[in-house]
Design a protein around this ligand. Structure first.
Ligand SMILES: Cc1cc2nc3c(=O)[nH]c(=O)nc-3n(C[C@H](O)[C@H](O)[C@H](O)COP(=O)(O)O)c2cc1C
Length: 479
């Protein structure tokens, strides 16, 4: 059964050794740095309590979904599955996706406390300085920003970074192409403020869907329901009527005036590619009410330098979608898809069937709409585990000939957060960068004469692993 709340998820994570509880950390010097150090070591998720100047029980969590095991736990998959199998299971679940609308209930733990009027003070909740160079306290990293389309009535959810701007103000950086921004601008065009709810903590699986973008008109709640295998329970907020998870931790209710009326300086923020980039005047939520549990837990999903797979979710969210895209594009015999560095390096493992098969897969992947800021695409044979960077590098260095195995795409579209775009390019509005496609498969024409590898065959390795399980268990964590 899906986790109803963040607290339920933490309990289960602790049960499989995937949660660490930390007392008395400092919100400025310790929390962000510990989050980074634990992420780099694939450590357990962190749950902080006992902050100076804050009520006991007002907690902060971090890295909830950061490893494949915790992703599996959230999705209800076997926790010790191989990462590529998790990706395949996720792809298969996506195939079966039907819309599962949320179930409206009349009450829930999020209504345990209500703060309105003079009692509205968002600074009461602990908000870390996640990176030493951040321009402020980002209380919204694992948030869900909820708005309703004024014409069509459907509800959009997105994850947009939210910086504390005082007790009654929160800024959001919402890129112009996001559905949430388009909906908000519809209110502005009518001379109205946009009603908004910002959820600052809920079960991680529901949160995860808020960072995906189903087609216009489809609510992320329906996707979350499909992934969960049951509806998300929501309560309608008293003022705006916006639906929020009944089991949420903290919900801010307010409205967003047009940028021309009110804005706030936002950033810099240590973003997901590992750099500080965007800062500027952005949208503001004027807070009318705060609903929260008696002992709320902030869901912290701060970006950290994307080493390993990178990204907030242990199975990179692009991989099942890209796998589907390749299959739709007619690419057969895909053994696995993975990505590193928060989706900047894409790896496709496949069984080559014909000359040019690997290159076709690479070109198809490079055209995927989701690929706004990508650098490298690599194709490897199906004896290479695409989720194992060491194997991928071995394939690149021994099977790819730089003189013949590399294609360069120039001027591909990229994102504002791309640190490779020069100031001159930015000023000219030229948001493009190159991409490299590396065919690291054995050359198709003479694949049968390619020297054989000295690695034990998979069946032999599996048999020895089963026989010597105890001995090998001692190597756990040695990479
Ligand atoms: C952890 C995380 C943080 C994000 N931060 C931002 C952000 O600050 N601004 C933004 O425009 N998009 C951000 N995104 C991307 C959007 O949430 C994502 O594109 C989402 O699909 C947008 O939904 P929408 O198009 O339905 O509005 C973030 C995504 C994640 C997972």
């Amino acid at each position: 059964m899906a986790h109803a709340s963040l607290g339920d998820f933490i309990k289960d994570a602790a049960g499989v050794g995937e949660a660490e509880f930390v007392e008395g950390a400092d919100l400025v010097s310790d929390v962000g740095c510990l989050t980074e150090l634990f992420a780099e070591r694939s450590g357990p998720m962190l749950v902080f309590d006992g902050f100076a100047g804050h009520d006991r029980g007002f907690r902060v969590s971090a890295n909830a979904l950061k490893t494949p095991r915790r992703f599996a736990l959230a999705m209800g998959f076997p926790v010790d599955s191989h990462p590529v199998d998790l990706c395949r299971m996720w792809k298969d679940r996506r195939k079966k996706l039907g819309a599962v609308p949320p179930r409206v209930v009349t009450d829930g733990p999020v209504f345990e406390r209500l703060r309105r009027g003079d009692d509205v003070d968002l600074t009461r909740f602990p908000a870390p300085l996640w990176h030493s160079g951040d321009g402020g306290r980002y209380i919204g990293t694992g948030d869900m920003v909820i708005v309703r389309d004024p014409d069509e009535g459907w509800v959009n959810i997105g994850v947009y970074r939210g910086m504390l701007q005082g007790p009654k103000r929160l800024s959001l950086w919402i890129n112009p192409m996001k559905h949430g921004r388009i909906v908000i601008e519809k209110y502005w065009a009518r001379g109205r403020n946009a009603p908004v709810a910002v959820v600052l903590g809920c079960d991680p699986l529901t949160w995860m869907t808020a960072g995906m973008s189903p087609p216009w008109g489809t609510s992320e709640y329906e996707v979350a329901g499909a992934y969960r295998g049951e509806p998300v329970e929501v309560v309608n907020l008293p003022e705006s009527g916006l639906p929020v998870p009944a089991h949420a931790e903290i919900v801010v209710e307010g409205d967003i005036p047009p940028l021309s009326v009110e804005s706030a300086f936002e950033g810099p923020f240590g973003e997901w590619p590992g750099y500080y980039t965007h800062q500027g005047q952005e949208t503001v939520v004027r807070i009318n009410a705060i609903h929260h549990r008696a002992s709320p837990i902030l869901l912290g999903m701060p970006p950290v330098r994307p080493l390993g797979s990178g990204g907030p979710v242990g199975v990179p969210t692009i991989t099942p979608q890209l796998w589907e895209h390749l299959e739709r594009g007619g690419i057969t015999d895909i053994a696995g898809v993975w990505s590193f560095c928060s989706q900047l390096l894409i790896v496709i493992s496949l069984k080559q069937r014909y000359a040019g098969h690997a290159n076709q897969a690479l070109l198809t992947a490079a055209g995927f709409r989701h690929g706004d800021m990508k650098a490298l695409y690599v194709a490897v044979d199906d004896d290479i585990d695409p989720s194992n960077l060491q194997e991928v590098v071995w394939a690149i260095t021994t099977r790819a000939n730089p003189a013949t195995s590399v294609e360069i795409i120039r001027h591909a579209w990229t994102a504002g957060l791309d640190p490779r775009v020069s100031p001159a390019q930015r000023a000219a509005g030229d948001m493009t960068a190159g991409r490299m496609l590396i065919d690291a498969c054995r050359p198709f024409a003479w694949r049968d004469q390619f020297p054989a590898s000295n690695v034990f065959p998979p069946e032999a390795r599996r048999a020895v692993e089963a026989k010597w399980e105890g001995l090998l268990a001692r190597l756990k964590g040695r990479g």
